[in-house]
Design a protein around this ligand. Structure first.
Ligand code: ADP
Length: 396
């Protein structure tokens, strides 16, 4: 089967075309500046970049442009659009309704729309992507894979905020969690590596956006993001957990509106806000290594929050058998992994620094006598989406 995986933002569309017979990516790319001037779509084919500059008024234009490219005989990618067997979409918010991926039908479209207040930037874009693909590829089944789905197994005492229950019910305010597709992918990989599904796992997705999940016997029991992806760990530009009173305090002291403070906490905080250097972890690590004290503080906060979240999840599951590091920082920064694991000796975590310095494949980086297995597993959300898409559409 050939599966098109689509991830739409408000003005962008990332895609991968995957041949599921051997799970290889035939071509991938991103359309940017949709609805704006100077639209550009960049394809990656056989290690080469092909850049096409063209304005795209809507996501439908982006999909049409993509289809034109895919069937262009010059590139030998597919011979006709009917070669695409199914489309899998990343959808940000499935609310409490979806704990698994689903084939898109009218009821699913309606449900995604109903979740728009919970994901005001992403859900409308995801819907535009689904509608654009439905128009370009009539009759081809489409699957929605929700970023929130994996976390739906959290017990109510972990997901309910202690606010008046009428608001919980009326506005569906609760912890949902995000990065679910990534946490699920590395959970499945970790189970393969451990040779069992029955264990206590903490998955650490550490990228520009960052979250941890507590996974007991394959099921998520807690996660660090909340109603929105602002909660939990310190991130590139997001503050993570702060006292909610900070919002009113900043409004009062700086004469800001709630919207302005929301913007600050989402876009100007995190390692960027603390260091003043960059939102990119590599730059901040480098500044720290060059003696920049605020960069050091930003990174210390990051390491500390990941470490204490792991400790919190050890309490949630009465222990930890394995820890997984994934995403940009988790996969690539040996020094971040060392710093996070340094004070987890009480759990019995011991890292082998030689293994930790290696890069690439999924691997264990703990010493033989470590009580807790520590793994680095490259995440692959697109493949997870494609696997779900195949599972749900192969018999249609
Ligand atoms: P997202 O998908 O949320 O944009 P990624 O998972 O791609 O994020 O992670 C991006 C982050 O990973 C960037 O801040 C980048 O600096 C960081 N990163 C990538 N490689 C390294 C590295 N070798 N050391 C430290 N940080 C790294």
């Amino acid at each position: 089967m050939i599966v098109l995986v689509v991830n739409c933002g408000s003005s962008s569309m990332k895609y991968q075309l995957i041949d599921m017979s051997d799970e290889h990516v035939m071509v991938s790319g991103v359309a940017e500046r949709i609805t704006f001037d100077h639209g550009v779509i960049t394809h990656k084919l056989n290690g080469e970049k092909i850049v096409i500059e063209k304005d795209m008024a809507t996501h439908k234009d982006a999909v049409d442009l993509l289809m034109e490219f895919l069937v262009d005989p010059k590139y030998h990618i597919i011979s006709s659009m009917s070669d695409i067997d199914a489309v899998g979409h990343r959808v940000l918010h499935g609310g409490s309704k979806y704990s698994e991926s689903v084939v898109v039908d009218d009821a699913v479209l309606k449900a995604i729309e109903e979740c728009t207040p919970l994901g005001p930037l992403h859900n409308p874009a995801n819907l535009m992507g689904i509608n654009a693909c439905a128009a370009a590829l009539p009759g081809v089944p489409q699957v929605a894979v929700f970023d929130t789905a994996f976390h739906q197994t959290m017990p109510a005492y972990a997901s309910t905020y202690p606010i008046p229950y009428e608001y919980v019910e009326k506005h569906k305010i609760r912890k949902y969690g995000f990065h679910g597709t990534s946490h699920r992918y590395v959970t499945l990989k970790a189970a393969e590596m451990m040779g069992t599904k029955e264990f206590k796992l903490v998955t650490c997705h550490l990228g520009n956006g960052a979250s941890c999940a507590a996974v007991l016997n394959g099921k998520c029991v807690d996660t660090s993001m909340g109603l929105t992806p602002l909660d939990g760990l310190e991130m590139g530009t997001r503050c993570g957990t702060v006292d909610p009173a900070v919002v009113k305090f900043l409004c009062d002291k700086e004469g800001l509106t709630v919207d302005e403070v929301d913007d600050i906490l989402n876009k100007k905080s995190g390692v960027l806000g603390v260091s003043g250097v960059s939102n990119d972890f590599r730059d901040v690590e480098e500044a720290m290594n060059n003696g920049n004290e605020r960069a050091r503080l930003a990174m210390q906060i990051f390491y500390y929050r990941v470490r204490t979240t792991i400790g919190q999840y050890a309490a949630a599951m009465d222990g930890v058998d394995a820890i997984v590091f994934t995403a940009g920082v988790g996969e690539n920064s040996a020094s971040a992994r060392t710093a996070i694991c340094k004070d987890l000796t009480y759990l019995g975590v011991k890292i082998d620094e030689e293994l930790n310095s290696k890069r690439g494949e999924a691997m264990f980086i703990n010493t033989p006598d470590s009580k807790v297995k520590v793994m680095v597993i490259p995440t692959n959300e697109e493949l997870m989406i494609a696997l779900d898409t195949v599972a749900l559409t192969k018999d249609l």
